[in-house]
Design a protein around this ligand. Structure first.
Ligand SMILES: *Cc1c(COP(=O)(O)O)cnc(C)c1O
Length: 377
């Protein structure tokens, strides 16, 4: 079978135009202000507020630190339980543990792969303090149902929106829901600052708290409030991000073409299901996930391995489930019987290469490879 000469990865980062980037780097060098909430930091926060059309944005050195700070800022009771999904990246349950709280895993929805509201309700105990839900692949969680549950039981809601940059529900940013939403700006994410992240929050009262936590608790030279950490984004990252922000819309437009081509080419491959975005929801174009159902004589792993032989590196996002990590596998909520949908989905999910520079020709070739691999087995 045909094989790519050079490896094809699941994604490649958006990079700035060299001249523009170096011009802003020169400005930073001349200013001799390299970090600590400088001009580029301020400007990126401002531009993100405008871009996402949200009231409050604060930026951080990475998404995980941002999420760690988000939980800390809510002042939840020590040792309390946070209900979350096992079908996510390691950072999601880890930030709960780093805050001295206990993750409680519940199952996901079979069509959107997001946390199941009815499963959340069943898992609530007197120790539950919050819900940490993930807009996985950019599919929004059932935000209205989750809001209803949170109100009824007086719980805080945090969204891991690492995949949901610019996702909208009926034209409104998904970040409008919940107390706080985290966005990741890691190089593998649609919008990147090399490493970086943001919190979008909907309550003025969080502003001071988040500021304190991001900078060791320093309010002024001699006043430290609370137990802060170093979560600051530096000026180089912020300047990089400002350049990338100009390119996101065009990248999404080109990814949309790739998305359509994949859908057309793979529609006739038996045993592959392509997830469908719900009505009124905009695709963030972060990933191109497929589900390999395993009922046509080949498995997800057959396809994953077959593609590797062709020099195509797809990714099993998210396998294994976080609940099976050694840190969490002994929790009662990690039992497979308790997570039937997530268990099946984690064995079916595969993210295919998805970025504009991949080009339509290569997408066609990858689809051809997929048809060959699935036919042989
Ligand atoms: C990327 C990612 C994170 C972590 O973000 P970093 O910026 O890499 O720290 C958290 N959650 C999910 C679901 C992610 O995909």
């Amino acid at each position: 079978m045909k094989k790519f000469q050079k490896p094809i990865y699941v994604t490649r980062p958006l990079v700035p135009d060299e001249d523009d980037l170096f011009k802003s780097f020169r400005q930073i060098l001349d200013s001799e202000w390299l970090t600590n909430m400088g001009d580029f930091h301020q400007l990126l926060e401002k531009e993100l507020r405008a871009y996402l059309n949200v009231p409050h944005v604060s930026i951080y050195n990475n998404g995980t630190i941002a999420l760690l700070i988000a939980i800390k800022a809510l002042n939840l009771p020590k040792g309390s339980e946070i209900i979350t999904t096992p079908f996510t990246f390691a950072a999601t349950p880890h930030v709960i543990s780093w805050n001295g709280m206990r993750p409680v895993f519940v199952d996901i929805e079979p069509d959107t792969y997001t946390i199941s509201p009815s499963a959340i309700e069943k898992a609530i105990t007197p120790r539950t303090s919050a819900i940490l839900a993930v807009h996985v692949y950019g599919f929004p969680c059932d935000v209205d149902a989750i809001e209803g549950i949170a109100r009824k039981h007086d719980l805080r809601v945090i969204y891991d929106g690492a995949h949901a940059f610019s996702t909208e529900i009926h034209g409104k940013s998904v970040c409008h829901w919940g107390d706080i939403t985290m966005l990741s700006f890691h190089a593998t994410k649609l919008f990147n600052t090399v490493e970086g992240g943001a919190l979008v929050y909907n309550n003025e009262y969080l502003e001071q708290q988040l500021r304190d936590l991001r900078n060791f608790g320093f309010r002024s030279e001699f006043q430290v409030e609370g137990v802060g950490i170093n979560g600051k984004m530096n000026e180089f990252q912020a300047a990089f991000g400002l350049q990338i922000l100009k390119k996101v819309k065009e990248e999404q437009r080109m990814r949309a073409e790739i998305y359509d081509l994949y859908c057309n080419e793979l529609a006739s491959v038996e045993g592959i299901k392509i997830p469908v975005f719900p009505e009124g929801v905009s695709n963030s174009f972060q990933y191109f996930p497929i589900m390999v159902e395993g009922n046509k004589g080949y498995s997800r792993d057959t396809l994953y391995n077959g593609l590797r032989e062709c020099n195509v590196f797809s990714r099993k996002y998210f396998y294994p489930l976080c609940s099976s990590y050694s840190a969490y596998s002994d929790l009662p909520s990690s039992s497979i019987d308790h997570l039937p949908v997530a268990t099946v989905v984690s064995k079916q999910a595969l993210c295919l290469p998805f970025y504009s520079k991949l080009g339509l020709k290569n997408v066609g070739d990858i689809c051809h490879m997929i048809r060959e691999i699935t036919k042989e087995n």
